[in-house]
Design a protein around this ligand. Structure first.
Ligand SMILES: Cc1cc2nc3c(=O)[nH]c(=O)nc-3n(C[C@H](O)[C@H](O)[C@H](O)COP(=O)(O)OP(=O)(O)OC[C@H]3O[C@@H](n4cnc5c(N)ncnc54)[C@H](O)[C@@H]3O)c2cc1C
Length: 457
């Protein structure tokens, strides 16, 4: 039965999100239409975000496989067309120490190296496919809120360099203020390389166009409403057509229609993330906070904020979204985000906010991505759960799934370079109908902790 964890306002596939990205897409147009009648292919992909598009691109380009993508909205309608555009290291929500205990240092190191590789994969996609996208910055700046915070971050940066092979350098309080920006709540930080900022919807469009150029077929406005398997073939049904396929890649991340297949029930916890963007800031306004960097930035609040100055000098500021996704709750949440932004950047208090939007990021119970093929039906592949990161991780996941299917489609071999910590389905969430509510309790608690800290400083 069709049911969703969040308010139906979150699943209006026929309405593009009112984001800055939608209104600045540029000239590259993805030519797609709705699927009609009966169709067939070797590989069907459900979901036209980075995971699905990257898989389609590589299946068509590297393996010459007949592949079709079915997307419920327009291409990039989901998180891939709405995110903050940070192409950065991440993808897990568990500490490295805990991951090492569970998997091994070698596995965790290999995961983080694959994260760096994934960033370079996105960079080369943009360059090779000549996408009209500005690659902005070279590091993610992680801002400490207090002296103690900086000490913890310094220790972690040492650990990242020594054990994970990452390029993390400490920025002193003075250096941050003089060379990056001067705002409230900053006590130095860490620069983690590589990272860059991009226009997320242009990137989704770019991979879609490249996939089509290489022979993939992409259908938009084609929500899969039913999935059946008969005589070894999958049948995916939309309102206006059917697709028969030998293999299916399930690539719907936080917008997951888990009712389609029992195996995916209660495997994911979608969480809403929200973004606001200002009008173009003037040179004087930027100087008021000594803004001098094009690097993407995150802070060390419990409910992390992420921000960057866009190529046209608009400021993007993001953070945790509303609890249910209904319009009233979303408005309240945007106002909260505006308040937080203005408390950090008081000289921009009167700067108008032009766009506000939100979408789902996706958590798993084991707090690492979930990439694999089903044990009870190896013709079904999946990739989801990037924990608020995904520009690089989902692009990389799509490539891994394409390699896996392209090379080992007919046997059960697992690609050698896939770290254990991302392999297979994550365990189900207990009391799955209540997933959203226990998350909400945690968010309220963290908001309280952030507020207490704000009042103290
Ligand atoms: C506000 C926000 C900010 C973020 N910021 C960043 C960031 O700065 N950096 C970063 O790395 N990551 C960020 N992320 C996360 C990142 O965007 C995602 O991890 C990534 O886009 C996931 O890609 P995907 O293709 O797996 O999923 P999505 O892009 O969500 O695509 C899934 C698609 O599946 C489609 N779908 C669902 N059900 C069906 C169905 N039944 N039939 C057909 N299609 C269906 C949906 O319409 C959707 O388009 C952010 C996310 C959000 C929401």
């Amino acid at each position: 039965m069709k049911s969703s964890l969040y308010n139906q306002d979150m699943y209006k596939y026929d309405v593009p999100e009112d984001s800055l990205w939608e209104s600045t897409q540029g000239d590259a147009v993805v030519n797609t239409k709705k699927m009609e009648d009966s169709n067939s292919c070797d590989v069907a992909i459900i979901g036209g975000g980075y995971t699905g598009l990257s898989a389609a691109y590589h299946l068509a380009k590297d393996y010459d496989i007949d592949v079709v993508v079915l997307e419920a909205g327009h291409i990039g309608w989901g998180a891939s067309g709405r995110n903050g555009g940070f192409c950065s290291v991440g993808g897990v929500a568990e500490s490295s120490e805990n991951l090492i205990k569970k998997y091994s240092l070698e596995d965790v190191r290999s995961y983080y190296q694959s994260q760096v590789e994934a960033i370079e994969l996105v960079r080369s996609n943009i360059i090779d496919e000549q996408m009209d996208i500005k690659i902005q910055g070279s590091a993610e700046i992680q801002v400490a809120r207090s002296k103690r915070n900086l000490e913890e971050m310094t220790e972690h940066a040492d650990f990242q360099r020594k054990y994970l092979g990452l390029n993390a350098t400490v920025i002193s309080k003075e250096n941050l203020k003089e060379s990056y920006f001067d705002a409230n709540e900053q006590w130095g930080g860490v620069a983690l390389k590589p990272t860059f900022g991009l226009h997320p919807l242009r990137y989704a469009n770019g991979i879609a166009i490249a996939a089509i150029k290489n022979g993939a077929k992409l259908f938009s406005d084609s929500e899969v409403i039913d999935w059946e398997k008969n005589n070894g073939s999958h049948y995916l049904r939309t309102k206006s057509g059917t697709l028969k396929a030998k293999y299916v890649i399930f690539a719907t991340n936080g917008f997951m229609p888990e009712y389609l297949l029992e195996n995916f029930k209660a495997r994911a916890l979608p969480i809403i993330s929200s973004i606001i963007t200002t009008r173009v800031l003037t040179t004087e306004e930027l100087a008021a906070h000594k803004w001098q960097t094009d690097n993407p930035v995150i802070n060390s609040r419990k409910l992390v904020n992420y921000y960057r100055l866009l190529p046209d000098n608009r400021f993007l500021f993001g953070g945790r979204g509303s609890s249910s996704g209904d319009q009233a709750g979303a408005e309240k949440n945007y106002n909260y985000l505006i308040k937080v932004m203005r408390s950090i950047w008081p000289h921009w208090s009167n700067v108008e906010i032009e766009h506000k939007w939100h979408g789902f990021v996706c958590f798993t119970r084991r707090l690492t991505p979930s990439i694999g093929r089903l044990d009870d039906d190896p013709s079904v592949f999946f990739g989801f759960g990037y924990h608020g990161n995904g520009v690089n991780t989902s692009t990389w996941t799509g490539l891994q799934l394409a390699k896996w299917l392209g090379k080992y489609g007919n046997n059960n071999q697992i690609p050698r370079n896939l770290p254990n910590l991302v392999q297979g389905l994550s365990p189900k969430f207990p009391l799955s109908a209540l997933r959203r509510y226990y998350l909400q309790g945690m968010i309220q608690f963290y908001r309280f902790k952030d507020a207490v800290r704000e009042n103290r400083s």
